[in-house]
Design a protein around this ligand. Structure first.
Ligand code: LLP
Length: 434
């Protein structure tokens, strides 16, 4: 969890930086990323894997959670790998200094260009379907080396999370159907261009239960046995990500080390039961690596009191910088940056500035008296906020700063209104219309 402090006036400090100073210096909305927290979660994965699956495991950051050069560089320096799902994420990873051999490319509909980029760079491709294999086979004659390949299959495991972020059930667009696994493995045995290094499955996201991950280990060990019996010396089992985080006090997820321990023990036990030599263990955390290290700062603007019904406080961002509440009914917590511990005297609804009634960031937030000019700090926004942001209503995306020991480094410049017009084209014949 995020480490915060208070200055002598009781104002909130993160990474040694006073949040209201950051808001003043960089403007709002502002994504603030705390380097110590991000490094701490990376280390938690690394150390738990070293303890519970010694010498033989790697955590791969699911960069869809938050993809940037700075985060890539930080995660790479902590020794983790990276999961990319598009040419854009792949380019960011490579330019951010992530070694190609620690990157995997996912996707249920990869383009020829994405596959070519990955294969040329020596990135492992996670084959999701027959078309991936067809496209790669066509690219193979131009490649200098065999394509490192993992196979993704649907494990048929249900878990309790939001419908939109469940992926392990059979009715999923991701991965080969388990019934097809034998056929794919037999086919791959005939493909000299491919080197099958591993198997992959992912059951979903923001999961608090441990049992589905235990069940997954058994399903994957069966697949591993099948692959090896068909002559593939599979070395990696990639169990995906999915560990949930605490957004509000009612959330109670397992810790990173509990999750890793459960997964590692289950994989080891399932392999031992089947007499299988232990594979390398890969996991792909996204949210649990970066969510808690992020805080978003907003400035409060207008206020609307509807007597007996509700008070709206509107902030200068909303669903364009954090689409999770409107998309998944996600809940967050927030405080006033300069009065985090002041007594809460009212309950407000924090609304965004978008022209949409559902653009509400927090419902029923207890706050001390707040109004125009106050800086609101929303916690746990490091995952799936910046990466899912949009320009709805032509609102520029926020800047991001990385804070560390009292220093803030700009890691993403604020979009400018002119950036939004950069790709617009006005046909000549419309220019004279008055
Ligand atoms: N690996 C694969 C193949 C995935 O599809 C995902 C997430 C992960 C790893 C990382 O899962 P995590 O550890 O972050 O749970 N936008 C949604 C979450 C979508 C997750 C998609 N896949 C949200 O804001 O909640």
């Amino acid at each position: 969890p995020l480490t915060t402090a208070l200055d002598s006036e009781g104002r909130l400090v993160v990474g040694g930086c006073l949040l209201s100073d950051l808001a003043r210096d960089y403007g709002t909305p502002l994504y603030v990323l705390d380097e110590a927290t991000l490094r701490g979660t990376c280390r938690a994965y690394r150390e738990a894997l070293a303890e519970h699956y010694p010498g033989h495991a790697l955590a791969i950051y699911a960069s869809k959670a938050n993809s940037s050069l700075a985060i890539t560089a930080l995660v790479a320096s902590e020794g983790l790998g990276l999961d990319a799902v598009s040419a854009g994420e792949l380019l960011t990873a490579l330019q951010g200094g992530m070694p190609a051999e620690r990157i995997v490319l996912h996707g249920n509909n990869k383009s020829r260009e994405e596959l070519a980029l990955a294969a040329e760079q020596g990135v492992t491709v996670v084959a999701d379907n027959w078309r991936d294999l067809e496209l790669l086979a066509a690219l193979a004659p131009d490649l200098q080396r065999p394509v490192q390949l993992m196979l993704r299959f649907t494990p048929g495991i249900e878990c309790h999370t939001h419908e939109y972020i469940r992926t392990g059930h059979l009715d999923s667009k991701f991965g080969f159907d388990p019934d097809q696994l034998a056929a794919v493995l037999k086919h791959l045995a005939t493909c000299s261009w491919a080197q099958l290094t591993g198997l992959h499955a992912h059951i979903g996201s923001q999961i608090f239960e441990l049992q589905p991950h235990r069940d997954l280990a058994g399903v994957m060990a069966d697949a591993l046995a099948l692959a090896r019996s068909l002559g593939h010396p599979v070395v990696d089992l990639n169990v995906g990500g999915g560990l949930g985080i605490r957004y509000t006090t009612s959330d109670d997820p397992p810790s990173i080390s509990e999750w890793v321990r459960t997964v590692a023990e289950a994989v080891a036990a399932a392999c031992q039961e089947r007499g299988l030599e232990l594979p390398r263990l890969l996991c792909e955390p996204g949210r649990s690596l970066v969510a808690s290290g992020g805080v978003t700062l907003y400035e409060v603007g207008s206020r609307k009191d509807i007597p007996g019904i509700r008070t709206y406080l509107s902030v200068d961002g909303g669903m364009s910088d954090n689409p999770r509440p409107i998309t998944y009914q996600s809940q967050y917590t927030a405080v006033l940056a300069d009065r985090p511990t002041a007594e809460a005297t009212e309950t407000v609804t924090v609304a965004g500035k978008h022209c949409e009634s559902g653009d509400v960031l927090l419902k029923d937030l207890a706050l001390p008296p707040a109004g125009s000019g106050d800086v609101l700090a929303v916690f746990a926004t490091g995952a799936y906020n910046a990466s899912m942001s949009s320009n709805y209503n032509r609102i520029p995306r926020p800047a991001a700063v990385l804070v560390h020991d009292g220093v803030a480094d700009l890691v993403q410049r604020r979009e400018q209104p002119e950036d939004l017009l950069r790709y617009d084209v006005l046909p000549t014949r419309l220019r004279s219309v008055k």
